[in-house]
Design a protein around this ligand. Structure first.
Ligand SMILES: [Zn+2]
Length: 366
């Protein structure tokens, strides 16, 4: 009579027991540029991911599987049905549960790789918090959808001498550039200021194809792997512009723009105008969503049960520990509030900042 379990099961169990934590990265380590030394550097490295939407979820997915040891995921938003076409870490349950993107991403990332540390931060990146969020990182990654955040990242990166990788995607076109302070031009050397509203399309006006963000996010992730594994010589030093519909792939040489002849306010003159508050706003119209974000720091945490009790007289309220939703009608117009514990709110139903501020003051208070 043959023994049970059969031999092959025992062999398999033995193999599992003998496995080292590095085995899961064997295909990556076999790549000569990475090796065991590069993998160990990845595991010991820290990244701040600014924004976890389309580009951010692609980046988070690749980096957590690659074994980047610590990933801080910062995002101000929550998961909506129109995100699912391209934001690869989210699903319908995240929409149903009103999950903030940072928290939803962290759940998935821990399921993918329990051997790395993921720190979700539900917050709007602004000049008051960006240094704290990025100071301890070896690398900053841009997964954001707005220029204000990118110029803030650029200021922090140059000020503290940290590399960062810019990425953007709209429609079928995307671009990326790697910035290593002191070695490559910074964002302001290449793009002096924020484009005028209307000059560039947004994901709402021009749409966006999932392959565009997957390609740009993957290019950014490759740059991250090079920088974190100690392969700085291999990075892309040009501005890369891809179009998946027009079938074009352009590389713009940006090296001659380095410091813009000593006049770049950021990397040449070391004045950090975005960080110092010379630029930037506290009320933000969210690109094409007929929504406005009102940042109002309470200094403490909002008491959701109490707030819900007062709002129920005016409309429908629901909340979980991450956010409170409030729907109301005023003069026949529907509005939807999404309020976060720090007092920040996204108000849907208007793109006028004054109207949003008025609504906020009326219902949330302060
Ligand atoms: Zn510069």
């Amino acid at each position: 009579m043959s023994a049970w379990p059969p031999d092959f099961v025992i062999t398999l169990e033995t193999a599992m027991t003998d496995a080292t934590p590095l085995d899961r990265y064997s295909r990556q380590m076999r790549f000569p540029g990475m090796g065991k030394a590069g993998q160990e550097k990845l595991l010991a490295s820290r990244v701040t991911l600014c924004g976890c939407g389309a580009l951010g979820t692609v980046l988070a997915n690749v980096l957590v599987r690659a074994g980047v040891g610590f990933i801080r995921v910062v995002d101000r938003d929550f998961v909506e049905p129109s995100n699912l076409q391209r934001q690869v870490l989210f699903d319908e349950a995240d929409v149903a549960n009103n999950m903030p993107k940072a928290e939803a991403a962290a759940v998935k990332m821990r399921q993918i790789n329990s051997g790395v540390t993921v720190e979700p931060v539900v917050a709007d990146i602004d000049r008051t918090n960006v240094e704290d969020l990025c100071r301890d990182a070896d690398l900053i990654l841009d997964g954001s959808d707005n220029f204000e955040v990118r110029y803030l990242i650029n200021d922090v990166a140059v000020k503290h001498g940290k590399p960062w990788v810019y990425g953007g995607a709209v429609g079928s076109q995307g671009m990326t550039m790697t910035i290593v302070p002191g070695e490559t031009p910074c964002l302001r050397c290449v793009f002096e200021g924020v484009p005028n509203p209307g000059d560039v399309g947004t994901c709402e006006t021009a749409g966006v194809l999932a392959p565009t963000v997957n390609i740009v996010g993957s290019y950014q992730a490759a740059e991250a792997l090079k920088l974190l594994s100690g392969n700085k010589a291999a990075i892309n030093r040009e501005l890369l512009i891809v179009d998946v519909w027009e079938n074009t792939n352009r590389r713009v040489k940006v090296a001659p723009l380095m410091g813009r002849k000593g006049q770049c306010p950021c990397c040449a003159k070391r004045t950090f105008e975005w960080l110092d508050g010379a630029h930037g706003t506290q009320t933000t119209t969210l690109c094409g969503r007929n929504a406005v974000q009102v940042s109002h720091r309470t200094g403490g945490k909002l008491d959701f049960p109490q707030l819900a009790a007062t709002l129920r007289a005016s409309g429908a309220v629901s909340y979980n520990k991450f956010l409170l939703k409030f729907q109301l009608e005023e003069k026949g117009e529907p509005y939807e509030f999404t309020v976060f514990p720090d007092g920040r709110a996204i108000i849907k139903g208007t793109s006028e900042t004054d109207k949003a501020r008025t609504l906020y003051a009326k219902y949330v208070g302060h």
